[in-house]
Ligand binder design. Sequence first.
Ligand code: SF4
Ligand code: SF4
Length: 215
Amino acid sequence: MLGEGIIQGLVETARNFFGSYVEKDRLTTVQYPEERHTLPEASRNFPFLLYDGTDPEAGLRCVACQICEKECPPRCIHIEKSKDKKPDFVGKQQAYPVVFDIDVAVCMSCQICVEVCPFDAIRMDKEFELSTSNRFGGLLWTKKELAKPNEYYRKIHPVEAAETDERREQELAAAQAKAAAAEAARAAQTSASATPGEASGNGASAPPAKTVVPQ
Ligand code: SF4
Ligand code: SF4
């Protein structure tokens, strides 16, 4: 029937309007900013950088591989890589970003930077109250403004953060097991090479027996 959809929409609006006086769930609006809706887990706005522990510099997960910079469609990420290195969460020496800027005036919240990051170093934030009177510098976020602790990530995306934490724990356990196996192999090799010396009692290899040539 012509206009059926419009009628259904009006009926639903009327049900919500009158029903909201008796049923709180029918109240579809809130008195913002005093009241706020709880945002769903999947909501996203602009990216932020994750760090572990309490030090945003030492714990920053980003290794400045620049994959996100290359893949970002509007090219709003700018990274300058360090010349020196620092240990990552498994103890491996990695570079870090000396400069990591995102121009959020250009960012289109596509999340591609998050998808391509192999180090779980960048995630999408839910923060949306970002208006500023500084049109240029105010929307260019530096590493300092972008860095947020893992606890923050757990708070805004609990399910996703739990999966990431679990995977990183497995990676850490695998790295520790590999290091322990390498250490055990090294110790076994050292002990095997020391065994002939032990037989001679002075820690050195025994000299070969002298050959007596008959006259
Ligand atoms: S969300 Fe998209 S546009 Fe924004 S920084 Fe990441 S890749 Fe670039
Ligand atoms: S955020 Fe991820 S992809 Fe981007 S430079 Fe850092 S480690 Fe590489």
